[in-house]
Design a protein around this ligand. Structure first.
Ligand code: S3P
Length: 168
């Protein structure tokens, strides 16, 4: 990997955390899940922070902790939260450190299926309609990522991770 940090972006339920783990295993490098880092650093999950402080309060914390991760400059695969890449300030910081980004472009139906079946609370996707709207609004921003991996329903984690590794 020429860039030390690879950031996996994409909508909620696109598989960022799982894929990041497998890519890191294959490349023998560290994996950092930004949502987990937020939880351990603040003692609250992203969902709790959004519910208690509102989305702007969460984004402030997210930007600060993303910055902390980027500054560590570890050879790492970083799974971002679904909204992190949509914030211009975050994109600016990511590009400043020269990290590479990969968009997991998963179909809405697949993301929604996972959002629904997952125990993790997603306050920004309270209904199918709201999630779909957010998904559509964010697509043009996800497109700004360096690489795009189109994911088909039924594709295995191994297949997706292998494709990413072959591209970087
Ligand atoms: C969010 C996605 C979540 C989490 C927070 C906000 C978003 O992460 O960061 O609830 O704005 O899309 P996942 O994409 O891992 O669900």
């Amino acid at each position: 990997m020429t860039n030390r940090q690879l950031i996996i972006v994409g909508f909620m339920g696109s598989g960022k955390t799982t894929i990041a783990r497998e890519v890191a295993r294959r490349l023998n490098c560290v994996v950092i899940d930004l949502d987990d880092f937020i939880t351990t650093s603040t003692g609250r999950s992203p969902a709790e922070i959004i519910q208690q402080n509102g989305e702007p309060g969460f984004r402030e914390i997210e930007t600060r902790l993303l910055d902390e991760v980027l500054r560590q400059n570890l050879a790492a695969i970083i799974a971002a939260g679904g909204g992190a890449w949509t914030i211009p300030e975050n994109r600016r910081r990511i590009s400043k450190v020269g990290a590479k980004t990969v968009w997991l472009d998963a179909p809405f139906e697949l993301c929604w299926k996972r959002i629904q079946s997952n125990e993790e609370a997603r306050p920004l996707a309270p209904s199918r309609e709201a999630a779909d709207q957010l998904y559509q609004n964010r697509r043009p921003v996800y497109e700004l990522a360096d690489l795009r991996i189109t994911i088909a329903d039924g594709e295995s984690v191994d297949e997706v991770a292998a494709r990413i590794v072959s591209l970087i």
